[in-house]
Design a protein around this ligand. Structure first.
Ligand SMILES: *[C@@H]1O[C@H](CO)[C@@H](O)[C@H](O)[C@H]1NC(C)=O
Ligand SMILES: *[C@@H]1O[C@H](CO)[C@@H](O)[C@H](O)[C@H]1NC(C)=O
Ligand SMILES: *[C@@H]1O[C@H](CO)[C@@H](O)[C@H](O)[C@H]1NC(C)=O
Ligand SMILES: *[C@@H]1O[C@H](CO)[C@@H](O)[C@H](O)[C@H]1NC(C)=O
Ligand SMILES: *[C@@H]1O[C@H](CO)[C@@H](O)[C@H](O)[C@H]1NC(C)=O
Ligand SMILES: *[C@@H]1O[C@H](CO)[C@@H](O)[C@H](O)[C@H]1NC(C)=O
Length: 420
């Protein structure tokens, strides 16, 4: 090749590309080892690169972007230390503020390691959450009025077993509960029978619980997983199969659908039936877009019944977040224009919430996806432990996961969830 000025420039540009590190300290965070910025979404990685994949048997915690091996680019080592991995600098650093901090606040024994359905109650300055496990009856409450915060059991009347999703709406907590089996009484050794999975309403001050819906025209719901209440008071909930997976209810008799329930009429209407296992659900601040996550990578076909959870992981199964247009109709809104907006980079998005700014927060694998309203990846919060759900208390973001409860404080421009 004849070396012209422009071909020399091309060679120089290629060389530049090869040596320019993929991961750098973020501008303004030069001394912060917990924040790392990824260049151009790592679109071009120097060869060779390799990432463990669940398809070849890697555990989900190893099948993640931050564990990608790129021997010729040592800059990726910074990802292993970072709690905040920023892909979109302008929006990511705006969200992070000047001194973001991730800490573990509460530990938990392996026997009650799942933490779900966190709901913040403004009038109490407390978070109520659930431990949905076979054989454990429990909700707990984090009292944020003390320093440090304290944790205690929270018993309702009647008790509700295996709550997996919760939302605060007009002074009440709405719960998606998965169980229809018996569970240990919180007050004596007796067992209590929970008759059916369903949607329940709790008054957090009196602790009284009301059943809102416990069947679909005589058939048991599978195990309501998560829910959202719109401005008309209609409750949208996903009814996936995880209650069977954790053995708190029987084998499903309904496909895994998403429903709208109108408490004033009792009408329970299907709104979505194409996801493999609908899971997290949320609505945009302007009320026009609904988001539903799919965790269909859990494969229930022929899963062993004597081992929990009763699914195997098929990494090629559903793990996208979908957006839908919300259309007005007198009996309740309906959904059109389903489109995938995010394909989980690790595992799948479980608990899913929308912030007042319209950012989407999804608990996925060992961290949290922070996405724009269009599903652009702005940032990952990396916890190093599986995260199932999240909630804001004031300006702090609390993360609920396997084995512990974590808190992100010092955040910048992000101010709570749109729906609570
Ligand atoms: C990082 O630390 C150096 C040395 O202490 C200091 O001069 C610099 O201002 C710090 N940078 C930031 C962004 O805090
Ligand atoms: C996951 O990664 C850890 C640390 O690198 C390693 O010890 C372990 O063998 C890996 N597990 C699987 C199943 O890939
Ligand atoms: C990781 O953090 C430790 C402790 O803060 C620090 O000593 C080390 O240099 C960091 N490694 C990288 C690659 O940033
Ligand atoms: C909650 O109750 C269980 C028994 O039901 C008990 O083992 C546990 O210690 C209690 N936890 C707290 C924080 O009080
Ligand atoms: C599932 O629950 C039933 C009823 O409580 C119990 O008999 C059975 O042993 C449980 N199975 C597993 C695998 O835990
Ligand atoms: C689902 O699991 C069954 C039983 O383990 C297996 O035969 C089947 O191939 C799996 N399906 C997928 C799509 O992974």
């Amino acid at each position: 090749m004849k070396l012209t000025a422009s071909s020399l420039l091309l060679v120089a540009a290629r060389a530049q590309q090869e040596i320019s590190p993929t991961v750098q300290r973020c501008p303004g965070y030069e001394n912060a080892t917990n924040v790392a910025c990824v260049k151009s979404y790592a679109a071009v990685l120097p060869y060779p690169f390799d990432r463990a994949t669940a398809v070849n048997g890697a555990e989900p915690a190893n099948d993640t972007f931050i564990a990608t091996s790129v021997p010729s680019d040592g800059s990726l080592a910074q990802l292993r230390n970072a709690s905040f991995v920023v892909f979109d600098q302008s929006r990511g650093l705006d969200i992070l503020g000047s001194a973001p901090k991730l800490e573990k606040v509460f530990d938990a024994p392996p026997s009650d390691s799942i933490h779900e359905a966190p709901v913040y109650i403004p009038g109490m300055n407390a978070i109520i959450y659930s431990l949905p496990h076979q054989g454990i009856y429990q909700q707990q409450i984090i009292n944020l009025n003390t320093t440090p915060p304290t944790l205690s059991n929270f018993t309702t009347s009647p008790p509700v077993y295996a709550v997996n999703g919760g939302k605060y709406y007009q002074g009440k907590i709405y719960w998606a509960a998965e169980a229809s089996f018996s569970f240990p009484s919180p007050t004596d050794p007796a067992l209590i029978q929970q008759q059916a999975p369903g949607i329940y309403m709790l008054d957090p001050f009196t602790r009284e619980v009301t059943t809102l819906v416990n069947n679909y025209l005589g058939q048991r719901l599978n195990s309501p997983n998560d829910l959202f209440i719109d401005s008309r008071g209609d409750i949208y909930f996903t009814d996936s199969w995880y209650g069977y997976a954790i053995n708190v209810t029987v084998y499903p008799v309904l496909s895994a659908n998403t429903y709208r329930f109108r408490p004033s009429t009792g009408a329970l209407s299907i709104v979505e039936n194409t996801l493999e296992q609908p899971n997290g659900i949320g609505i945009s601040p302007n009320g026009r877009t609904m988001y539903i996550t799919d965790t269909g990578l859990t494969n229930f076909s022929n899963a062993p019944v004597d081992r929990l959870p009763r699914y195997t992981v098929n990494p090629l199964g559903g793990k996208s977040v979908y957006a839908f247009d919300i259309n007005f109709a007198p009996p309740g809104n309906y959904l059109t224009n389903k489109r995938p907006i995010w394909y989980a980079e690790t595992f799948a998005d479980d608990g899913f919430h929308v912030t007042k700014e319209g950012y989407l927060l999804g608990a996925a694998g060992t961290g949290v996806d922070v996405l724009s309203e269009y599903g652009e990846l702005i940032m990952r919060i990396e916890v190093g432990a599986a995260i199932e759900n999240l909630q804001f208390a004031g300006a702090d973001l609390w993360l609920f996961g396997l084995g512990g409860i974590f808190k992100v404080s010092g955040l910048g421009r992000i101010s709570g969830l749109v729906d609570e």
